[in-house]
Design a protein around this ligand. Sequence first.
Ligand SMILES: [Zn+2]
Length: 295
Amino acid sequence: MFDGAAASRLTVAVRWPPVAVRRGIFHCVTLKFPRVPARVSEALVLRTYPLKEADLVVSFLTRDLGKLRGVAKRARRPKNAFGAGLERLSHVRMAYFQRETRELVNLDSCELIRSQFGLVSEYWCGVALDYFAEVSEAMLPAAEPSEKFFRLLLAVLEHLRTAGEGGTWLAVTYFSLWALRLSGWLPELDVCLSCGSFLNDGESPERAFFGRGRAGLICGHCRQALGAGSNSELSVASRLAAGEMVRMPVAHFAGQEWGRATGADLRRFLVQQIESLIERRLVTARLFDESAAGA
Ligand SMILES: [Zn+2]
């Protein structure tokens, strides 16, 4: 005799697992819940490293949780879940799983908000992108939220987009100064580190000098007294520009002409401060220095 209920039970059994599972939409072994990423963060990709045959380790700065690292499975295969989203400084919405016990998160996918592809075709913009990524990667501690640093990166990227290659030198200088300031390591720019005298007297500003390993500026008198070690001068014009950068957003400088030589002494000073802080030389900063020498 035909048992309708039994037949329908049988049908259910034959159709198990459900179509969605067979198609790989669900991965959760309990099948009770779809595999929803635990978290989605707005992020900027800082750097990727190859891992095994097809995977990547991705360092990325999130707006809400600071700098994180994660594994992007199969990211080096064609038709992966990340597309162009893992390019350097891509602005994305990153979906990932985070486990408290693991240092690396598992990246699920990312949605591109804005790529920096248009900037890469201009050489110095490309170098600036490398520099932003290297400094952020080196300076930022893991998993410490710094929304201001995130906004700083967005602001200098926007400046590069609007100003093009001519905006490189200002963007790099502004970024270096604020990267130090947000980390709490920007030295005072109007006081001698050694004797405490004020350097920026409006009528007759003092000359100011800097050197590797010295966490600030020193006046001409102290330079003579201290001997070698502070052989570069930071011009009054650069000190004034730095003071303006502390007070104003980068957009304020949009109309200003900055060539390679503009603020080159300030950039060298700021780079030396960053390098002291991270205790190594920046690979990308050397490219700027060579350009300053050739300018
Ligand atoms: Zn002094």
